[in-house]
Design a protein around this ligand. Sequence first.
Ligand SMILES: CC(C)(COP(=O)(O)OP(=O)(O)OC[C@H]1O[C@@H](n2cnc3c(N)ncnc32)[C@H](O)[C@@H]1OP(=O)(O)O)[C@@H](O)C(=O)NCCC(=O)NCCS
Length: 165
Amino acid sequence: MTTSVPIRPCRDDERETILEIVNAAAEAYRGVIPDDCWHEPYMPAEELDAEMGAGVDFWGYESDGELVGVMGVQPVKDVVLIRHAYVLPERQGEGIGRALLEHLRGLTDRPILIGTWAAAEWAIRFYERNGFERVSEERKNELLSTYWTIPARQIETSVVLAQSR
Ligand SMILES: CC(C)(COP(=O)(O)OP(=O)(O)OC[C@H]1O[C@@H](n2cnc3c(N)ncnc32)[C@H](O)[C@@H]1OP(=O)(O)O)[C@@H](O)C(=O)NCCC(=O)NCCS
């Protein structure tokens, strides 16, 4: 019996589907992240285009021929960033996020860094259970300004996780 791996690079014509997954899953942030950081849609089409243009490669998890989860990787300088990890709300908690993270981790020997909202406790727990740990506040500020291009307010309200030693 052969089992096909449900994880594959997203195709260029799947931008609409990626946005649907991101924006459905990002509902989790509503009322949780600071109000001035929330906007609707959470990720507009232009932002996805810009992220892809900046080198974020999206990978998807396919189930019954449909994408149900996406995760991006972005090589920056000497590290790889995991960007935009989202699983459809009705498919969360099934191990799809973990499978995507494991897959992307296997693609590189470089150190991997992940940034997320400090208020997204479930996301932080998800990464902690999967081999990542929060870096200190000082290191976070350093890493966010070295490897990410985000506004000062987002630096203030984010955390960074690195692989546990
Ligand atoms: C964070 C996220 C990507 C994780 O993907 P996922 O497919 O739900 O994760 P997994 O199924 O691999 O679950 C990981 C763990 O969290 C638990 N879990 C995650 N979401 C859950 C939910 N909605 N209900 C119950 N358990 C949940 C699982 O039981 C599992 O626990 P375990 O590691 O002890 O077995 C996904 O939940 C999501 O899209 N959340 C909303 C958006 C978000 O926070 N994105 C992160 C951006 S950095």
